[in-house]
Design a protein around this ligand. Structure first.
Ligand code: PRP
Ligand code: URA
Length: 209
């Protein structure tokens, strides 16, 4: 089964509390989502492999470390995933960015795919699928399926907040995909919203409601 990692660093938890607050406006919400994404990327990249490299400092020759693993591909799920991309890129600037467009049908809660554009070397990359919300798990599971169909072999999933239902779906349908969260919440409500959650992530990020 895949790994479930809750990134409960105090800075992440503090910022997430402000993100969750209904009185936090769009500007601050966006800035904090960006900051938390950066902090999460720091933790998610902890197991990236390194190799020895010999360099010359102004004083001496020495052996240091540099990243040696697969190149990284980021795949935000449109549209709310976009709010986390820049934060991750600040730490992994060489990452290429693919996009998968999905929205949840408000009646059936099933994901509808409307856009896919990925880097050309899909099979060579270590992908991080990015979405603030893992609710029923339908959108993230479909995005991962879409990536795998196009040849991706190494995928991680990064979300701010998840419901247990969504985590179960990913672990059942994609046991090879490790999940990284800032928080695991209680449950889903009757409309498929995470409780306590943070509301509609896309609307709060882009000010559309
Ligand atoms: C939200 C969110 C996830 C999805 C999670 O997107 O950003 O993609 O819902 O729900 P699920 O786990 O039940 O699939 P939404 O469909 O609201 O689209 P948007 O990002 O365009 O607002
Ligand atoms: N999508 C959101 O934006 N929020 C939720 O709580 C669930 C799905």
């Amino acid at each position: 089964m895949s790994k479930l990692v809750i990134l409960d660093h105090p800075l992440i938890q503090h910022k997430l509390t402000i993100i969750r607050d209904k009185d936090t406006g769009t500007k601050e919400f966006r800035e904090l989502v960006d900051e938390v994404a950066m902090l999460m990327a720091f933790e998610i990249s902890r197991d990236f492999p390194v190799e020895d490299v010999e360099i010359e400092t102004p004083v001496a020759t020495t052996t240091c470390k540099r990243l040696a693993g697969k190149k990284v591909g980021l795949v935000p799920i449109l549209r709310a995933g976009l709010g986390m991309v820049d934060g991750v890129i600040k730490l992994i600037p060489a990452a290429k960015v693919g996009h998968i467009g999905l929205y949840r049908d408000p009646e059936t809660l099933k994901p509808i795919e409307y856009y896919v554009k990925l880097p050309t070397d899909v099979a060579e990359r270590e992908f991080i699928v990015i979405d603030p919300m893992l609710a029923t798990g339908g959108s993230a599971s479909e995005a991962i399926r879409s990536l795998k169909k196009r040849g991706a072999k190494h995928i991680k999933l990064m979300c701010l907040v998840a419901a247990p239902e969504g985590v179960n779906v990913i672990q059942e349908e994609h046991p090879d995909v490790d999940i990284y969260l800032a928080a695991l919440d209680e449950k889903l409500n009757d409309h498929g919203y995470i409780v306590p959650g943070l509301g509609d992530a896309g609307d709060r990020l882009f000010g559309t409601k």
